[in-house]
Design a protein around this ligand. Structure first.
Ligand code: ZN
Length: 180
């Protein structure tokens, strides 16, 4: 297992869609373990492979911050098969430093995917888990939560980040609030 660097906006790799995993082999297993370790170390409640620069459809989540590890979800090739209701959640992202914004998503989702031991599983999520599942699956499409806010807000954030880069402020030094 290894801690890996989480890419941050505006890294272009975050915009690239990920490809489906064809073989759940030792490499995928190692990737899942790195994702888990990197997510907990961040700390975050979810992490998708593209955030590590790996364009494969793999995500991990743990929205329970009280009993860390007990509710760990690892999904390969996740697909949303049902989505119901709507909820507005103040989202943050490990790849979008020092920023949160309200995003509207489905309140309840049913997601199908595969485990590392090649079993097909279903995960049902409500509220934060539903939000986190949709947020992570967005990462697999090369989409960030700031792509789901108004253009004006996104532009303001983009300008802030540009300014930090221009001034040589290391983005890693910025806080990563409520991070999915
Ligand atoms: Zn994210």
């Amino acid at each position: 297992m290894a801690l890996r660097t989480i890419l941050t906006y505006p890294a272009s790799e975050l915009k690239e869609p990920a490809r489906p995993v064809q073989n759940i082999d030792a490499d995928v297993d190692a990737l899942v373990q790195d994702l888990v370790e990197t997510m907990y170390a961040a700390p975050g409640v979810g992490l998708a492979a593209p955030q590590l620069g790996v364009h494969e459809r793999v995500i991990v989540l743990d929205v329970d911050d009280e009993s860390s590890g007990k509710h760990l979800i690892k999904l390969i090739n996740p697909v949303i098969v049902e989505a119901e209701g709507s909820i507005v959640w103040e989202e943050g992202c490990l790849s979008v430093v020092d920023y949160t914004a309200e995003v509207k998503r489905a309140k309840h989702v049913l997601v199908k995917g595969w485990t590392t031991d090649e079993k097909e599983i279903e995960v049902e999520g409500e509220d934060l888990l539903a939000v986190a599942l949709q947020h992570e699956i967005d990462h697999l499409e090369g989409k960030l939560f700031i792509d789901r806010i108004s253009r004006l807000k996104r532009d303001l954030y983009r300008r802030r980040v540009k300014k930090w880069i221009r001034e040589g402020v290391p983005l890693e030094s910025k806080k990563r609030a409520v991070s999915i």
